[in-house]
Design a protein around this ligand. Structure first.
Ligand code: GLU
Length: 504
């Protein structure tokens, strides 16, 4: 029988969760939803030296903002496998049992080497021109461990609580194979693999041991994670095998990298000219804060949609999709091996599509807040009409202001090009007449203005529409002119024309 689908997102709280991490969470979530399974959030905090204050809270908040909620795990409610924080699980003695089992079966060993001894080994290797010095099935023979020391000496060291780690005993020259759902068969010779530390001297398990124990205990069916974990996967296969758990090992899926817009290398938070974090993030150890997608004005639905297409192709040129729709289509056979280039302009385009999907009412209430922050009060109907008018021109709500600031404030400067080219005494005379006509209008709507203008053209000759726009708004382009005049209102339009004619 197929295992129930249970997947996990297992970040380490070592910093703000960046977009690559959110994409991993998203693919896990979509896969779980697609198969009616469970999605778990586990916090892998066994490396105390890399722990960053606030990172866990950030991860939880980021997932909440994105709407990709786990159904079990830290910040989302306990399930049958609590606790979901590895540091708490360690206190329950969960990991040590497994390390001891590997020792008992001869697949792991104690290593007593001090940092200085490890450093010396590294230097010796480097002097011998070894490219990547490792503690492995060759070098371990010259180190201080339970494979080289006499049995009674090992016992004495252990009894005296001498600091030590437990390492995986990787066999010599064996072929290790496993099937990755995205990459197919991966075959690696065991000589490439180092004797990974499983349990550290502080009693904490390393990632390698801890995630395996938890994946087994939490009955995880698929381990879906970033490509950077692919090189350690062969060692993980050995650990499952030596624990007698290979049959229960989750299926592996290593997701492609997210690359810079130019395709060379991973996105770097310092170099990127676009947000890298879902929410703004400030690492307490660093000076520089990073602005998030949320704070840059992205809709969470747009952000998630952008991420989904980084490495996944749903087919049929589909682009705009809700989470529910994505979940109904998602599968790994359409996830690429190759890195996915991130296109910041396309990201903005996505936001624009989602903005256009918002109701005018909801755009108006978003923009009302922007106006309020500038101390501008207008009635809701006015704001609604304004949003309708400029909605097609913007990608973000915050751009409403720049796009139509002249609706709220009379212009103080006038497009120079248009002025030089078009403003002259003949035009002044003409617009003075237009001004008089406008003043006499009783009804002020776009339709009436349009009709009046048509009549005026036959009576007065060609009237330059762009010039009129510049007089009213200061700028050479914008939304439909009569709609704009209707919104600005008769009183304000007349006032602006009057002022312009007096001063030019
Ligand atoms: N704690 C690992 C990380 O931070 C999880 C890797 C995995 O999913 O197995 O990425």
């Amino acid at each position: 029988m197929e295992k129930r689908v249970r997947v996990r997102f297992a970040p380490s709280p070592t910093g703000g969760l960046h977009m690559g991490g959110v994409r991993t969470a998203l693919f896990n979530y979509l896969f779980a939803k697609r198969h009616g399974g469970d999605f778990i959030l586990r916090i892998e905090d066994t490396d105390q030296t890399r722990f960053v204050e606030g990172a866990e809270e950030y991860i939880v908040n980021a997932l909440k903002w994105c709407g990709i909620s786990p159904n079990e795990g830290v910040g989302f409610g306990d399930g049958p496998h609590k606790p979901y924080r590895q540091s708490e699980r360690k206190e329950l003695g969960i990991y040590k049992k497994y390390a001891d089992k590997l020792i008992a079966s001869g697949h792991a060993y104690y290593a007593f080497d001090s940092n200085e001894e490890l450093e010396e080994m590294r230097k010796r290797m480097e002097a011998a021109k070894v490219v990547a010095p490792q503690y492995n099935n060759v070098t371990r023979q010259n180190m201080r461990n339970s494979l080289t020391l006499p049995e009674d000496e090992v016992k004495r060291l252990l009894d005296a609580n001498t600091p030590h780690v437990i390492r995986l005993k990787v066999p010599r020259n064996e072929e290790i194979r496993f099937e990755d759902i995205i990459r197919g068969w991966v075959i690696v010779n065991s000589n490439q693999i180092d004797d990974k530390v499983l349990l550290k001297s502080d009693g904490m398990p390393t990632y390698h041991l801890a995630h395996i124990v938890d994946d087994i205990e939490m009955q995880i069916s698929h381990a879906v994670r970033g490509e950077e974990w692919l090189p350690s996967a062969p060692a993980h296969v050995l650990i499952y095998r030596y624990l007698g758990l290979e049959a229960e090992m989750p299926k592996l899926a290593h997701l492609p990298l997210i690359l810079n817009p130019d395709g060379n290398g991973k996105i770097s938070k310092r170099e990127a000219r676009f947000p890298v974090f879902p929410l703004s993030w400030k690492d307490p150890r660093e000076a520089e804060p990073f602005i998030g997608y949320k704070e840059s004005g992205y809709y969470p639905e747009a952000f998630v949609n952008i991420l989904a297409l980084l490495g996944w192709n749903p087919g049929d040129n589909k682009e705009i999709m809700s989470l529910t729709e994505m979940a109904s289509l998602f599968d790994f056979d359409r996830v690429n091996k190759a890195g996915a280039k991130f296109d910041p302009d396309k990201a903005k385009w996505f936001n624009q599509q989602y903005l256009r999907m918002q109701s005018d009412e909801s755009l108006a209430s978003e923009f009302k807040l922007v106006l309020e922050s500038k101390g501008i009060k207008r009635d809701n109907e006015f704001i609604l009409q304004f949003c309708k008018l400029v909605k097609e021109k913007v990608q973000f709500t915050k751009e409403f202001w720049n796009e139509g600031v002249y609706v709220f404030e009379a212009p103080v400067s006038f497009d120079e090009k248009v002025m030089t080219k078009k403003w002259n005494p003949t035009n002044k005379e003409l617009f003075t007449k237009v001004y008089q006509r406008f003043k006499n209008l009783d009804i002020w709507t776009a339709v009436v203005l349009h009709d009046d203008f048509t009549v005026a053209q036959t009576e007065l000759g060609k009237i330059d529409m762009q010039m009129l726009r510049v007089i009213i708004s200061g700028v050479a382009g914008g939304p439909q002119l009569f709609d704009l005049l209707a919104l600005i209102g008769k009183e304000e339009t007349i006032k602006r024309m009057d002022h312009f004619l007096q001063t030019h």
